[in-house]
Design a binder for this molecule. Structure first.
Ligand code: URA
Length: 260
């Protein structure tokens, strides 16, 4: 394996950064300073040091995490529980979350130590689709759906329009007529105060990742989101057998599916 790949996959830094470290003489292989990033090493036998510390090869890791509501998508937080607090027994050195979900959003979150993988998912030009299931107070008519599909202005000032999205309405009607089908606490507690309140559920698929994007898009057409769950990224769907707050490794085929 190439020396730069070995270091990048051992959470020393991105491929670009580790090449710099190698060229500046911070890396030794079997006690000798090596300044050539492309040199081949054997990860099982050769001893690699970065600033005189032995580097332990971890390899690339890819986790699917079922995020519960109430935790922050961040490495640390002074007040709240973070998604990393759910990985108690696992070494998370060099692992980061791919994108963010709001504190009250549930569902599919990926974590990895592979910067290129993250870049492919997050870069706006790659157009990887993310699908969210929502419950909202309000209703969606054909004109609203057309706006969401074509692009809508979600900010003040001159914020550019959203890219075309896909919207599929699942259930809609007055809360009092639908309440027997709704098991989500949030909506039950808010809408039950207004039984004649129209409510709507559905799926919104977007290919960008602006802050609070789904909530802001639905707000722009008069809907107030009370429940949000990401159910897929690219061709990868959340494994519903994974309980909220738990995680597992992605399979080889799932890693490829994300980028479909
Ligand atoms: N859009 C939102 O509004 N919130 C999320 O957590 C993700 C997408």
């Amino acid at each position: 394996m190439r020396l730069d790949k070995f270091l990048a996959e051992s959470a020393i830094g991105s491929r670009k950064k580790v090449r710099e470290y190698i060229k500046e003489g911070s890396v030794k292989v079997n006690g000798e300073v090596i300044t050539e990033p492309a040199i081949e090493i054997n990860e099982n036998f050769d001893v690699v040091e970065y600033i005189n510390e032995i580097v332990v090869y971890t390899g690339k890791v890819y986790y699917m995490f079922h995020k519960p509501a109430g935790c922050i998508t961040a490495k640390t937080d002074a007040v709240n529980k973070t998604v990393f607090d759910f990985f108690d027994n696992t070494s998370m050195k060099g692992v980061f979350h791919v994108g963010r979900l709001d504190k009250d959003t549930e569902g599919l979150l990926l974590l990895t130590n592979d910067g290129e993988f993250e870049h492919k998912i997050m870069h706006p030009k790659k157009h990887v689709e993310k699908t969210y299931f929502f419950w909202a107070l309000g209703s969606l008519d054909e004109a609203d759906k057309n706006q969401l599909e074509q692009g809508i202005c979600i900010g003040q000032d001159k914020e550019i329009m959203t890219k075309p999205a896909k919207i599929e309405v699942d259930k809609f009607g007055m809360y009092k007529e639908l309440k027997h089908k709704i098991t989500i606490d949030n909506i039950t507690s808010i809408a039950s105060m207004h039984p004649n309140q129209p409510v709507v559920s559905g799926y919104l698929t977007i290919s960008e990742g602006r802050k609070h994007q789904v909530k802001r898009m639905l707000k722009a057409v008069g809907c107030y989101v009370v429940y949000l769950k990401r159910i897929s990224i690219g061709g990868l769907t959340l494994d519903e057998t994974l309980e909220k707050g738990s995680h597992r490794h992605l399979t080889e085929s799932e890693i490829l599916k994300v980028l479909e």
